[in-house]
Design a protein around this ligand. Structure first.
Ligand SMILES: [Zn+2]
Length: 319
């Protein structure tokens, strides 16, 4: 992953670097959080750059100064990353820790950087506590918020941030990028379109052996486990749906998807598979929406959907 570059982020990166060199870097910055588009990597590089002691004239951290070495070791005392645990919110304690960090003198005599990932998951109390810090950020302190639902941030918080939208790649750009990183020719237009918003997921699919479509493999075997945690259920469903899409495309081209062939003894004929996968996908999308309603039981709904799909992937004579 370290060698991956994200060409569509270059204009934004240049804008940030120019602002830093000109001494116009805002103290509060907001980013739309899309890790699939490479935003995680960019935020890390931005923190490393702001902490680097030899960044003048450079467009990225030098990698060699004392600060860069501390950064690489993951022990830079002037950097703080706050992120909620899966399924949890960012509480007021984490924000107090930020306030403390911000008030301290920089230990390396340079900048201090705080990054809050999933900032839209702060509790109201935490958000209000953060406001105070954002109102009077000390010199050389940069607070960067990344939120996947940016509009969910408190308006008072948003008004203290300079917001940066994440640029998306064009189809031509992403096609080239996929080809370069997967070492294969890409002609599937559906895949290319999908990759303009989810480049890393698509690349991962292309690079992984299809047998490793993990969730779909388990579903084929009738062994899919539905976790209790709703967020994990959502993540699993999102991955599973893209795995189903991938297998469906193959079945549509008349090829037996390997994931089905390796996990089901007697799979349905390929044209029935294509229909079953398409139907399973459509119902999966409806299911994902239904899970947002209060009072539903996600485990039962997902288990019932996946059992139906497993059944329809098998040759009917065996049922
Ligand atoms: Zn450096």
């Amino acid at each position: 992953m370290a060698s991956l570059t994200f060409p569509w982020l270059r204009p934004l990166w240049q804008q940030l670097i120019n602002a830093a060199h000109a001494g116009r870097m805002p103290h509060g910055m907001g980013f739309s959080y899309s890790p699939d588009l490479g935003v995680d990597t960019m935020l890390e590089q931005l923190a490393a750059f702001l902490l680097c002691q030899q960044r003048e004239q450079r467009s990225r951290a030098c990698g060699e100064c004392k600060s860069c070495k501390l950064w690489k070791a993951g022990t830079h005392p002037d950097y703080l990353r706050v992120e909620p645990e899966i399924g949890k919110q960012i509480g007021v304690d984490a924000v107090r820790q930020i306030a403390q960090q911000v008030q301290q003198t920089s230990s390396q005599g340079g900048n201090k950087v705080v990054q809050i990932i999933h900032a839209d998951r702060m509790t109201l109390q935490a958000a209000n506590a953060l406001l105070k810090t954002l109102e009077e950020p000390p010199e050389n302190t940069f607070i960067q918020l990344a939120a996947s639902r940016y509009s969910q941030l408190l308006p008072t918080i948003r008004s203290r941030l300079l917001a940066y939208a994440t640029p998306k790649p064009s189809q031509q750009e992403i096609k080239q990028w996929l080809q370069e990183h997967s070492q294969q020719a890409i002609t599937d237009t559906v895949l290319i379109e999908l990759a303009t918003t989810k480049p890393l997921s698509v690349l991962r699919q292309l690079q992984s052996n299809e047998e490793q479509l993990a969730y779909l493999g388990l579903l084929c075997k009738g062994q899919l486990v539905v976790e209790k945690d709703l967020e994990k259920v959502h993540q699993m469903l999102a991955t599973l749906l893209s795995e189903i899409q991938f297998a469906h495309r193959q079945a549509m081209m008349g090829e037996m998807p390997l994931v089905v062939a390796t996990n089901i003894k007697q799979p349905a004929p390929v044209h029935s598979l294509a229909r079953a996968l398409a139907k399973g996908y459509r119902r999966g999308i409806v299911l994902r929406k239904a899970l947002q309603n209060a009072g539903v039981n996600p485990q039962i709904l997902v288990a019932s959907w996946s059992t139906d799909l497993t059944r329809s992937l098998r040759a009917s004579t065996l049922n």
